[in-house]
Design a protein around this ligand. Structure first.
Ligand SMILES: [Zn+2]
Length: 191
């Protein structure tokens, strides 16, 4: 009921993480559990230029969550940004490619320049929960002054502990957003 992780027990509403942690985002949804086959798919999407997978990911997400996501009434879709040196090296931001696939289907625009990654960070997958929070702290900034968006839908490729999405949500809310939601391609299992 918060991050959207699949849980083993039907009666439970929150995963262990969401039971104990106060998230900065309001709610999230993901298309797939992060299984071995999805690991391969995500690797190709991220590093081997298989950008066309985004359409399938977006269709799958919306087949389960379109009603919920529309009820959030997002006015903008904002991808979790890459640092510009990484963007130049990779040539595209996979979270933005996913954002654009969702944008076409939901008819909500994308803003890929408002939220910026201003600090280079180590890959989150190399770190534990506490290190992830420290690593991502103050990594993002918004462009310009004044309130720009009230309801934001963030996109990312993989949601694990939520440290990245939480830090983006914190920065967006500091800039005046009231509600920040996220849509991820993959999410870890509830633990
Ligand atoms: Zn959760």
């Amino acid at each position: 009921m918060k991050c959207g992780k699949q849980l083993d027990e039907d009666e439970r509403e929150y995963c262990n993480d969401c039971s104990v942690k106060k998230h900065n985002f309001d709610r999230g949804a993901a298309a797939f559990s992060y299984s071995d086959s999805m690991k391969k798919s995500m690797y190709a999407f991220k590093y081997n230029n298989r950008r066309e997978y985004a359409g399938f990911y977006a269709d799958t997400l919306l087949s389960g969550w379109e009603t919920l996501i529309r009820a959030w009434k997002p006015q903008i879709i904002i991808p979790v940004p890459l640092h510009k040196t990484k963007y130049r090296k990779r040539g595209y931001n996979q979270a933005e490619v996913f954002a654009r696939a969702l944008s076409e289907r939901l008819d909500v625009p994308v803003d890929a320049s408002y939220l910026m990654r201003v600090r280079k960070t180590r890959p989150q997958k190399e770190l534990n929960d506490r290190e992830r929070c420290n690593n991502i702290n103050n990594a993002f900034q918004t462009a310009g002054n004044g309130v720009k968006y009230r309801q934001v839908l963030l996109t990312d490729d993989i949601y694990t502990t939520g440290a990245t999405v939480d830090e983006c949500a914190r920065v967006l809310k500091a800039a005046g957003a009231q509600e920040v939601y996220f849509a991820a391609v993959c999410i870890g299992r509830g633990f």
